[in-house]
Design a protein around this ligand. Sequence first.
Ligand SMILES: [Zn+2]
Length: 241
Amino acid sequence: MGLVTLTGLVLSASDVGEFDRRLVILTREAGKVTAFAKGARRPNNPMVAVCSPFVFGQFSAYEGRNSYHITRADIKSYFRDLVTDYEKVCLGSYFLEVAERKSAEGLDERMRLALLYQSLKAIESGRFSHRLLRDIYELKTWVIDGEYPNVFSCTVCGAKENLAMFSIKNHGMVCSKCSNLQSGIKISNSALYTLQFIVSSPLEKLYTFVLNEETEEEVTRLITGYRNSYHPYKYKSEEFL
Ligand SMILES: [Zn+2]
């Protein structure tokens, strides 16, 4: 058992035995890990505050065969503006649940961790509607997992110009020449540009754009349609959105 330092975000926490806590943490170094904090529920234990969802920081831990044992934590953020607002917590909890389900142990999950971190910051900022935040987060999650629509070329002929329609069946765009052969939803240039931006943007720039209401409406409709067809899994925390 070696002592390691893990940088990560607590996705979920549950009580174990009389005084311990079990955490699932999304880490930079080891993907998703299970970690135990012994005695974390004893009164005055400094680990009490550390063992909650949304906590982000560095954890010193002993590595066991299947899990870690945390000895110390250095907290960088609690996402305080998020956890004190009911609606923000609901959306944030949903983001955590998606990340927990989609991530794996021992894999490189740095992109997912960065997406989650930026997305929680974006919830805190209050600059986006919650439905748009959810759409951006989910589309980018599908990009990380390689299961996303092609929004850069025609899914029939490969043309990169005159992309006129979004076809759920085809997993992406259809150009105006091919549009009479396929069924799909007509798409405006600004909605297309928004989808392209979300798919290709680096994570630190992801939450830097503004949309008018009409475009937001359109983008939401397209992403919701795609989600219902290809990502229909029902999350527990979804009920509260
Ligand atoms: Zn085409």
